[in-house]
Design a protein around this ligand. Structure first.
Ligand code: KG4
Ligand code: ZN
Length: 342
């Protein structure tokens, strides 16, 4: 079964063709990072306009790279939730139109659940029960999957997502958007024990919080610069040396990652799953991969970074499994759900 996936929930326009929920024939991602960099973050209106400009070309390219045509496509999967409303609308309207014109079944896909399914492109595939740590710019959650479409949310962030914390600390250190990857590069050169940042204590066993950590980093940076709490964060980067920046990045990253891994290991010990997977943009982080591999008592496989950040291969993969237990939607009626949780 050949599935075309389409993704446009934030600042990446993506299309991919995946065979039988396992074999990725093409994955095309048109990133808008260069457009949003100038603003220090994603501008929703600009994102929606950029999706309109490229979405059809990206879909066409995914078909070409997969060496296939519309005749061979069996179904379309489209991200309809959650995300930026304008961005979601472009993908959903495009997919609805194509499903009608090309007469293909259409499946609405949840973006966050989609992230987890990039792991089904691994060989061998993960086994159920599967514990998944989902860490992106908008989400930080631990979810236990007992089977396809059968999952329980164990815990989630109560404030900032971990990727958001990486991006905010990066801005404090003067790194351009998106800051996560720059933090991890700076951290390689820094001393991860230079500063002792706090780990949040939560009521929910598997809940996270990253907003206190972010504030602790700000206070530490102000103190290093010899400034008080009211000193503007925008002026901090120019007062820090390269090595101070590296030490802050490394110390922040160590605690953010330890927080994620502590909870993942605790959930692993309680639920004893057959596999553990990580998903979302922060899953690219090498320190996260290193700590998880070190502390888990079972083996863990990781997908390539291009499948961790937003892409449509994960959407096409989930579409295949979802189509086994859920009917296709009515392409005339599908609406976007910008804030639907998993
Ligand atoms: O999944 P994603 O591409 O988009 C969302 O759905 O949010 O995740 C983007 C997030 C950003 O916050 C980015 O800074 C973070 O993933 N990220 C990283 C790394 N690469 C991307 N964070 C830490 N270390 C990385 N290597
Ligand atoms: Zn995402």
């Amino acid at each position: 079964m050949l599935i075309l996936g389409i993704e446009s929930s934030c600042d990446e326009t993506a299309a991919a063709v995946v065979r039988d929920g396992h074999e990725c024939l093409s994955s095309v991602v048109q990133s808008q990072i260069d457009i949003h960099k100038a603003f220090g973050g994603v501008v929703p209106e600009v994102a929606a306009r950029s999706h309109i400009e490229v979405v059809l070309a990206v879909i066409e390219e995914a078909l070409v790279q997969a060496k296939t045509t519309w005749d061979d496509i069996d179904a379309i999967g489209i991200t309809y939730a959650p995300g930026l409303v304008g961005s979601l609308l472009i993908g959903v309207m495009t997919a609805r139109t194509l499903a009608i014109v090309k007469n293909k079944p259409l499946y609405p896909i949840h973006h966050v659940e989609g992230h987890v399914y990039s792991n089904f492109l691994l060989e061998p595939q993960p086994e159920f029960p599967m514990l998944s740590l989902i860490v992106s710019g908008l989400h930080s959650q631990l979810v236990l999957f007992r089977g396809h479409g059968d999952y329980t949310l164990l815990g989630q962030t109560q404030d900032d997502a971990v990727g958001e914390a990486f991006d905010k600390v990066a801005r404090l250190l003067g790194f351009p958007y998106p800051g996560g990857p720059k933090i991890s590069v700076a951290a390689e050169q820094g001393n991860a024990y230079a500063y002792n940042f706090p780990k949040a204590k939560m009521d929910g066993k598997y809940d996270f919080s990253f907003s206190g950590l972010k504030t602790a980093v700000l206070r530490q940076a102000q103190a290093i610069c010899g400034k008080t709490h009211d000193f503007p964060s925008a002026q901090i980067p120019e007062l820090l040396t390269q090595s101070q920046r590296n030490d802050i990045a490394a110390s922040f990253q160590r605690i953010a990652v330890e927080t994620l891994v502590d909870k993942t290991i605790a959930a692993f010990n309680e639920y004893l799953p057959n596999s553990v997977v990580i998903a979302g943009g922060v899953a690219c982080n090498l320190e996260l991969r290193r700590q998880l591999t070190d502390r888990l008592t079972i083996g863990i496989d990781y997908v390539s970074p291009s499948l961790c950040t937003d892409n449509a291969a994960m959407i096409a993969t989930l579409t295949y499994y979802q189509s086994k237990h859920q009917p296709a939607c009515n392409p005339y009626l599908l609406e976007v759900k910008p804030s639907l949780s998993m």
